[in-house]
Design a protein around this ligand. Sequence first.
Ligand SMILES: Cc1ncc(COP(=O)(O)O)c(C=O)c1O
Length: 417
Amino acid sequence: MKTYSAPPAWVEIDRAALGVNLSLVAGELPLSAKIMAVVKADAYGHGLVPIARELVRRKVGALAVNSVAEGLQVRRQVNASVPVVVLLGPREEEAGACLDFHLTPVIYSLPVARALAREAGKRKTTVRAHLKVDTGMGRLGVIWSDLPDFLQSLSPLKRLHVTGVVSHLARADEPGESYNRLQWRRYRQAMEVVAETGRPLTENHLANSAAAFFRPETHLHFIRPGIMLYGGSPSGDPELTRNLGLRPVMSLKSRIIQIKTLPARSAVSYGGTYRTSRAERVALLPVGYANGYSRHLSNRGQVLIGGRLLPVIGRVCMSLIIVRLDDRMDCAVGDEAVLLGSQGDQTIYGDTLAAQAGTIAYELFCLLEHRTSNIELERHDLWRQQSFFCFLSAVWILATKILINSSVSFRIGSNKS
Ligand SMILES: Cc1ncc(COP(=O)(O)O)c(C=O)c1O
């Protein structure tokens, strides 16, 4: 395509790819476990509402968000009857909202637990909560050894029902690591200690993507995958992504705005960190670190043009990168370039690009969303929607005109007869 009206660089979200990834994850599961899809942090930068809608349409068992604010967004904008679990837990003043909007709070603090019980009392109901236990991640949750005391303090709160024990593994992406076994042991002890309080536990969950993939024993009532749903590798290795058939949900795209041949020994971009060894043909793309395409990708990143993998040369600028073209390849200004995602039979996986940028796919996705802005994406989508509605309106106007004309000519005709 030689002409375009899309923005200089944009993110595309492929919901069909999300469906494929979801089926692959579900294929790993025993029938007894359900998927609690992690859509926190704006669905890892993929857009909370559209992603949650698609996952609910595809019958996930639950959704996991970061905050009450994200939970409210799901309840208000997604027609979801599934549980919505608030991973970071509510603040005290958000306890009422959890009850009113049927959000499942993750609890680890007594004041919040008391606030939830109080709000449940006001509404003459009970509240179901998941208890977060820190089994060795050293992050959120009640430290596993403090659990008996914590449970004792919870016992007067008759309106608060702990229905699930939650924890998170620190090294699940390292399958041979013995620390996983230690955390698993502590987690099972925690389940036993909570079960001794007499409450039936029906909503336990521990496994992220990596644990779900490498440690089937941790599947329990729910698994909590995030990155695999978005096409990231459970181990961080893009080869595994390819072998599993996971597909990138997010793509970053741009279009060539200039093609030229630089003479031999030309310096390229700021600092002249790349010099042409001979006359080299290059393409300029209007995308850079302002779009979340990291400066660490200078002289390291790769881009797909015409289905070929081509190197980024010189430093990544704020809104420009330079790509070395193959001498023989046929391309022109306006041609589409893929910086993340697939073109032809080639794919740049999130894990590959992230490794080149010295980070992980999780951060890359989140940064691309924030820097390559939803606005661009929305504009892009809007542009498509508008074209569709323009087309529909045109058909509608035409049809109305034909109808009016035919009824007029019919009446005229019948008058005549
Ligand atoms: C508590 C918790 N559970 C589950 C997940 C999902 O992990 P993953 O994206 O590795 O599947 C995360 C992600 O960071 C998390 O923080």
